[in-house]
Ligand binder design. Structure first.
Ligand SMILES: *Cc1c(COP(=O)(O)O)cnc(C)c1O
Length: 404
């Protein structure tokens, strides 16, 4: 399936060019004097100084070096360097969760009176963070149809400081043209932030398309095995320094253990993302032919309205798809309950396939009217395709279909 895409371009790192797969395994490791081959983990809250003078110089900022793990930690730094290399950014700052990353964007880069233009098809907690909490700091948000470029332009105000989007969106796989929206944002003097959770740098590199900042919930594919909560932001030195200042003071830092898990997750990220994508494409095509399935949402399908854009800005289509079953909420619940291998859980981006009913879980806090506007019907099911065999997943989905 990769034949239809251009070979991903080489990535600049430390003055040389490498392929993404190489950086995923190699970038950012800092070997200690022990000569360990695998990345070391440094579970320490503070660091010692050889003299009182050295301590004063570190605290005063005259000398670089570790002080306290809320500020810097070698394992966290290795993860930051590796993800920055993969996304092609100057610097990354790791955070306690994906939501902590978005909170830091709000509090480190904006102030009272500023305005955000946000895709209306973003993660539910992202909407809640902007509307319930950042609004208390006097930061207002306008939500727009992410596929409509005129809507992005029309929402701009003199106070607009940031555009925020996810592509493809969850759960309906709506795409946003990253280069086009970057141009609109920059015309207004605003930054474009892309939540790159669904595709990861293995399949989509928004900074190269003009975005300014990448946000990740590392909890999803960067870990890839459903173990830890974490987040990270990647971008230019200037904005990352401001965010680092907020994290070291506000305390929403990543733990060294979680950073180590993500560091190991990144090593297999390119391989996993290809395997997730191949399985999801094959299941999406197969689901389209099944009786009892009304509609399948996946950007890899040729009849997806933005398939051409997907082929242009992605290098595969990712592991998440959704579909509508014939019937109502009860039919969708019967389908979900009848599957046996696939886990019923809200998480995604795991080697284990997961199945979710968005209308009553991830999108359950929206009003029925908001859900109708967003196109999330009661018979919609989201599937995050893991790494089980396609044949076993089909057999499991057939059990679901039989119950509809
Ligand atoms: C999960 C998720 C988040 C939030 O990340 P946490 O690590 O759960 O805080 C943000 N955006 C997307 C697209 C997600 O899937």
């Amino acid at each position: 399936m990769t034949d239809s895409f251009e070979r991903a371009s080489r990535i600049q790192f430390s003055g040389q060019e490498y392929d993404l797969e190489t950086l995923a395994v190699r970038a950012g490791q800092h070997r200690s004097d022990e000569g360990e081959h695998s990345d070391a983990i440094f579970p320490t809250s503070s660091f010692v100084f050889s003299t009182a003078r050295e301590a004063a110089a570190r605290f005063g900022g005259e000398e670089d070096g570790n002080i306290y793990s809320r500020f810097t930690n070698p394992t966290v730094r290795a993860f930051e360097k590796r993800i920055a290399a993969l996304e092609g950014g100057e610097r990354a700052v790791a955070t306690a969760s994906g939501m902590a990353a978005i909170l830091s964007l709000g509090l480190a880069l904006m102030k009272t009176g500023d305005h955000v233009v946000c895709s209306r098809s973003v993660f539910g907690s992202t909407v809640a963070l902007f509307t319930r909490y950042l609004s208390r700091a006097g930061i207002e948000t306008t939500f727009v149809d992410p596929t409509n470029l005129n809507a992005w332009s029309a929402a701009i105000r003199p106070e607009t400081k940031m555009f925020f989007l996810e592509t493809p969106s969850n759960p309906l796989a709506e795409l946003t043209d990253i280069s086009a929206v970057a141009e609109i944002a920059h015309g207004a003097g605003a930054l474009l932030v892309v939540d790159n959770c669904f595709l990861t740098p293995a399949l989509q590199r928004p900074l190269a398309l003009g975005a300014d900042i990448i946000m990740h919930s590392a909890t999803k594919y960067l870990d890839g095995q459903g173990r830890c909560i974490g987040g990270v932001l990647v971008g230019r030195d200037a904005e990352m320094e401001a965010i680092f200042g907020f994290i070291r003071t506000g305390g929403a830092c990543l733990s060294p253990f979680n950073a180590w898990v993500f560091l190991k997750g990144l090593e297999t990220l390119p391989l996993r993302m290809q395997a997730h994508s191949e399985r999801a494409l094959s299941l999406a095509k197969w689901l389209q032919t099944q009786k009892g399935i009304n509609k399948v949402y996946y950007s890899g399908l040729e009849d997806h309205p933005q398939h051409a854009l997907a082929c242009r800005q992605q290098s595969a289509f990712g592991g998440v798809l959704s579909f509508e079953v014939e019937g109502d909420k009860d039919a969708a619940w019967r389908f979900i309950d009848a599957t046996e291998i696939i886990s019923i859980t809200g998480n995604l981006g795991d080697v284990k396939s997961t199945i979710t009913h968005p209308a009553t879980t991830t999108h359950g806090r929206m009003t029925p009217g908001e859900r109708a506007d967003a196109g999330i019907k009661d018979n919609l099911i989201r599937l995050s395709v893991g790494l089980e065999s396609v044949d076993d997943l089909k057999a499991d989905l057939l059990k679901g279909l039989a119950a509809v």
